[in-house]
Design a protein around this ligand. Structure first.
Ligand SMILES: Nc1nc2c(c(=O)[nH]1)N[C@H]1C(S)=C(S)[C@@H](COP(=O)(O)OP(=O)(O)OC[C@H]3O[C@@H](n4cnc5c(=O)[nH]c(N)nc54)[C@H](O)[C@@H]3O)O[C@H]1N2
Ligand SMILES: Nc1nc2c(c(=O)[nH]1)N[C@H]1C(S)=C(S)[C@@H](COP(=O)(O)OP(=O)(O)OC[C@H]3O[C@@H](n4cnc5c(=O)[nH]c(N)nc54)[C@H](O)[C@@H]3O)O[C@H]1N2
Ligand code: SF4
Ligand SMILES: [Mo]
Length: 903
């Protein structure tokens, strides 16, 4: 009998409600919750495939302990695991003080998890060394909001997107990263075509495709852009003087600063037309309501706080805040980055939006918790933390729900730090994360659909997250692990005192958190699970006695600052830390793909989610390729000041000259070396300590790796991924991915200067199952080319092509078709390996739900289909809608090329 449990999607900060269909033990399906105000029933390509992810063979099932750095970890029980951890931590604290231990957490934890950890770290251990991956994500938005408006509170609601007359999307690729919200924007714009949309991004993304005006600025130049816009607004008198006078301060200094940002100068800095700058200023200056949406293009910058401040300045100068359809709205990345900020679980914040530097705030929280005091020493923020670990200052580290060995910049240093740390605890749901090998103690965590708690989405809306199925093996909810550990540590640090952690259920933690927010800007003391269950997800503030949540902040124009006035920020434009120069002549940007989530521990278990983008490729402008005599797909060495990687290049006309783009998702498990972040740099914003993940300078050189390997094998994918990755480690280029729709297969591509030894190739064949059974084999007489194909019931189930790769794509297509004919046998037994009909690269799947590829779409467009026609004829874009922006782009391209032909 199947049942339905209401919960939320565990991916992005849109915070969609999902209905989990399950049989009490296994998740069977997911659909969008029509009653959830964030998505009203919609889900994107990631949310709608949640039930296909989370391969049980990739899950951490039991605690594992290593009793010496050179030994392997072995299975243990929870009591032994947590006793050992508390003993280690207590010992380090006794010998080196509380600041010698640290906790590194995640915006994907639930609020209750976050709160429990924070109380443990600050209330019990007595250090501020608790930070999270939100440092890489939302930190600049937090500081920008606090500086300008007095509190870390996004003032807007999703409804504002529907109500606005003019929306500016800056540094956000919503079409990929917040798809369901983008659906709402598309629908609003279709319903009200007068709504104006401006997109600012160095790349012409699918988001930009919807824009009325697109400003392809040079990376890192957003502050100059905003100052240039304000310059014009001032010059033209398109500002709200009364608002500025009554509700703000600091305008004079800003006015003086932006005087220098003339349209001509700004156009030159940003690499855009001055006329476009004027057009955008006119829109902002004349619109009845102005909303801006931003994400990592602003935050992940060495001047991220200034970027956020410069954007908020535009709202304050025009009085476009605190009313429907307007305001500066930061899109949060992770599903519960907001919860981490509310519970104060970062080095620079305390519970209830309090400040660890403020003695009164510390005393309030200490009193509430019944401890003597809260620690005063500043805590280490992520980048400094890992430097301190490497320097030997941190002796015990606890990592939960984040994968620093993939996601932090400058990975070489991160791996050195993790290897050097005497005691590392990793609390993880999947054993496949790049951080797990460094765990001295691995603690298996319950994950999506298995745990209860709450999350807050981008619009301050709190949802009750419910468990549908039991966690596998001995995995436990994160808060329960933190609380169990804390109780054991209490025995060692403050024995015979009442426990600070009397929590039996998640809701008890929620209630303590809610009570600690009373009287603060985010006051959510009126909420509990019963209210959330009866009234549905609610937006804070929701104080005791409130009947409903708060859709919009600052409607009374009283800001959360000391004197109620908002503050303009007057910071000059600063360029990116690394500039392009003769040695590193390209700007590398990194970011998201539509169908992958971060380090891919979850999405990387679903073959379908690789069909939109199969492997990590370095995208460059087509002219940049031809200038360098590079061809599409060719392998190059990509080098930054910190390291290098070998990757294929791809022509991509969404990029400008001298720019390059890499998806952030590939770490050392799927790619040779330490993944994408081998290249990026740890330099950060001075106020938010958020690193400049969006920009590093690189150089690209062709490489000659004549020996290539292509392997594909169906089934047992996690085990095979791991073993193939290890066996191919001697090759200069290795890339792994999955392919298929129902039964996933592992695909490996590798390349090297010469063939590996025979034993290695034989070991690879063994992993592929090509050492026995119905295998057809051919080795050319000089042994340079070797082909192996395993056929079962007329279907290919494994193959390996070594020495060259001419038939690679053809073989994959044969595998996917599931049928073979005599051409396979003829190809196999011929010394030359070129496939019949050529080696056509398989067309990428654009619509994942209905499985429609680009070739089919282009053919239909060629035959005259518009969007409705595509939907009707091919079915693409009719389900989750994540591919609609791309369909529109293909239609526009098709029309442009038809026009060009006609002319
Ligand atoms: N599919 C998918 N969705 C996700 C995630 C995921 O992993 N996969 N992760 C979630 C998380 S945690 C986050 S933080 C969000 C991130 O969401 P986004 O920030 O929207 O995504 P990114 O691709 O990281 O970067 C956004 C854009 O910033 C642009 N950019 C780069 N440099 C600059 C610049 O100097 N100025 C401006 N204006 N733009 C610039 C890039 O070209 C890119 O298009 O996505 C969330 N949603
Ligand atoms: N180059 C580059 N690097 C980037 C970025 C970029 O744009 N460019 N973006 C940065 C940003 S914005 C972010 S947010 C970070 C994200 O970086 P990470 O936080 O490292 O990303 P994830 O892969 O989501 O890591 C979450 C981990 O938690 C595990 N997990 C899943 N569910 C649970 C659970 O319920 N409990 C526990 N304990 N574990 C669980 C997953 O298996 C996974 O290993 O990456 C940053 N890194
Ligand atoms: S937009 Fe997609 S990834 Fe984000 S919460 Fe909704 S369904 Fe999940
Ligand atoms: Mo993020």
């Amino acid at each position: 009998m199947s049942q339905i449990t209401k919960s939320t999607c565990c991916y992005c900060g849109v915070g969609c409600g999902v209905l989990i269909e399950h049989d009490g033990t296994k998740v069977l399906n997911v659909s969008g919750d029509p009653d959830h105000p964030a998505n009203l029933g919609r889900l994107c390509s990631k949310g709608s495939t949640l039930h296909l992810t989370g391969d049980s063979s990739a899950r951490a099932l039991y605690p594992e302990l290593r009793l010496g750095k050179t030994l392997a970890r072995s299975r243990t029980d929870w009591d032994t695991a947590l006793d050992h951890a508390s003993e280690q931590f207590a010992q380090v604290i006794a010998e080196h003080g509380p600041d010698s231990v640290a906790f590194y957490l995640s915006g994907q934890l639930l609020t209750e998890d976050y709160f429990a950890f924070n109380k443990l770290v600050r209330g019990l251990v007595g250090t501020n060394n608790v930070d999270s991956n939100s440092r890489l994500c939302m930190s600049s938005a937090v500081v920008g909001y606090k500086k300008a408006l007095g509190a870390d509170a996004p003032p807007c609601s999703y409804e504002d997107i529907e109500q606005s007359d003019c929306v500016l999307i800056i540094g956000s690729n919503m079409a990929f990263a917040h798809p369901v919200l983008f659906r709402r924007l598309e629908a609003a714009k279709a319903a009200r075509p007068d709504m104006q949309l401006i997109v600012v991004d160095p790349r012409r993304t699918d988001t930009a495709e919807l824009a009325d005006i697109f400003l392809p600025i040079q990376p890192g130049t957003d502050v100059a852009l905003c100052h240039g816009l304000l310059h014009i607004l001032l010059w033209e008198g398109w500002i709200d003087r009364a608002f500025i006078e009554t509700h703000t301060e600091g305008f004079d200094a800003l006015k003086t600063l932006v005087r220098d940002y003339t349209p001509e100068l700004v156009a030159e800095i940003c690499g855009i037309k001055a006329s476009d700058l004027h057009n955008v200023a006119r829109l902002i200056g004349s619109t009845p309501s102005f909303l801006s949406l931003w994400c990592m293009g602003l935050n992940q910058s060495s001047c991220g706080t200034d970027k956020v401040g410069a954007l908020i300045n535009l709202h304050l100068a025009t009085g476009q805040i605190g009313k429907p359809g307007s305001g500066p709205f930061s899109l949060t990345g992770q599903p519960n980055a907001m919860g981490g900020r509310e519970t104060g679980t970062m080095a620079s914040i305390l519970p209830g939006h309090r400040d660890p530097k403020n003695a009164e705030h510390r005393a309030e929280v200490a009193r509430f918790w019944g401890v003597d005091s809260l620690p005063e020493n500043p805590g280490l923020t992520a980048i400094d933390l890992f430097q301190a670990i490497k320097d030997g200052k941190i002796k015990a580290l606890w990592i939960a729900c984040t994968n620093p060995a993939q996601s932090l910049p400058n990975q070489t240093l991160i791996h050195e730090a993790l290897a050097a740390c005497p005691f590392v605890v990793v609390q993880e749901a999947f054993t496949t994360s790049e951080t797990v090998p460094y765990a001295d103690l691995l603690l298996p965590a319950a994950s999506w659909s298995e745990k209860e708690g709450s999350v807050t989405n981008s619009e301050r809306r709190i949802s009750h997250v419910r468990a549908a199925v039991p966690a596998p093996g001995e995995a436990r909810p994160d808060w329960a692990i933190a609380v169990d550990f804390a109780k054991r540590l209490e025995q060692r640090l403050r024995a015979n005192q009442p426990s600070l952690f009397p929590f039996q259920h998640a809701e008890e933690i929620f209630l303590e958190h809610a009570a600690l927010t009373a009287g603060r800007d985010l006051d959510l003391s009126g909420l509990n699970y019963t209210v959330l269950d009866s009234q549905g997800p609610q937006q804070w503030p929701f104080p005791q006695g409130a009947a409903q949540g708060t859709a919009r902040l600052y409607q009374d124009r009283q800001f959360a600052t000391d004197n109620g006035k908002a503050k303009f920020m007057a910071s000059a434009y600063e360029p990116t830390v690394e500039r392009r120069d003769a040695r590193y002549e390209l700007s590398l940007m990194t970011g998201r793909l539509r169908d992958q989530w971060h380090g891919m521990t979850r999405t990387g278990t679903c073959a379908r989610l690789f069909s939109h983008t199969e492997e990590a490729v370095l995208s460059l402008n087509p002219r940049e390729l031809s200038r360098r005599n590079l061809s599409d797909g060719q392998l190059v060495s990509v080098k930054s000041r910190r390291g290098s990687l070998i990757l294929p290049v791809k022509a991509d006309d969404s990029l400008q000259m001298a720019q390059a783009f890499l998806p952030m998702h590939w770490g050392g498990r799927y790619l040779k070396a330490l993944g994408i972040n081998t290249l990026t740099l740890g330099d950060y914003d001075p106020y938010s300590q958020q690193p400049e993940l969006k920009h590093s300078a690189i150089t690209v050189k062709p490489v000659e790796l004549p020996w290539t390997l292509y392997a594909l094998v169906e089934g047992d994918v996690q085990n095979r991924l791991t073993r193939l990755r290890e066996l191919a480690d001697g090759c200069d280029y290795v890339s792994l991915s999955l392919v298929g729709r129902d039964t996933p297969a592992v695909v490996m591509r590798a390349a090297h200067t010469s063939a590996p030894d025979k034993a290695t190739l034989a070991a690879i064949d063994e992993v592929l199952g090509l050492d026995e059974g119905p295998v057809m084999a051919y080795d050319d007489p000089r042994q340079s080319v070797g082909k192996r194909v395993k056929l079962e019931d007329g279907r290919i189930t494994a193959l390996r092509l070594a020495g060259e790769s001419a038939a690679r794509e053809w073989l994959k297509a044969l595998y996917l078709e599931g049928e073979t004919d005599d051409s396979l046998r003829r190809w196999l037994l011929a010394p030359l390996s070129a496939p019949p009909g050529g080696n056509k690269v398989a067309s990428k799947v654009v619509c994942n739900c209905v499985n429609v590829n680009e070739d089919a779409i282009k053919a239909a467009i060629g035959a005259g289909a518009d969007l409705d026609g595509l939907k009707q004829n091919l079915g693409c874009g009719t389900q989750c809608g994540s591919c609609v922006p791309e369909l529109k782009r293909l239609i526009n391209q098709g029309q442009a090329s038809q026009l060009a032909t006609a002319l």
